[in-house]
Write a protein that binds this ligand. Structure first.
Ligand SMILES: [Zn+2]
Length: 67
C-alpha cells in the first residue's frame, strides 16, 4: 500500500503508528495501490480458453460454409 497525505506532499509506503502522516502528523492519509502491486498476472488458462473458443467458432463457420 502507498500512503498519500492530503495535507502535505508525503507519499510513501509507511504511515505513522496511529495511521498519521509521518511527515506532518496529519490523519488525512489516502491509501492507494502501488504501481504493479497486488495486480495478478494474466492467467494462461484464459488465453488458452480464448484461443480454443475462437478455433471452435472458426471450424464451425468453415464447416457451415463448406456444406
Ligand atoms: Zn502529511
Amino acid at each position: 500500500m502507498i500512503y498519500d497525505c492530503t495535507d502535505c506532499s508525503y507519499s510513501g509506503a509507511n504511515s505513522g503508528r496511529k495511521g498519521e502522516c509521518p511527515a506532518c502528523g496529519s490523519f488525512s492519509l489516502v491509501r492507494r495501490r502501488g504501481e504493479g502491486e497486488e495486480t495478478p498476472p494474466p492467467s494462461r488458462w484464459r488465453i488458452v480458453l480464448l484461443v480454443a473458443l475462437w478455433t471452435y467458432l472458426l471450424i464451425h463457420v468453415v464447416w457451415k460454409l463448406s456444406t
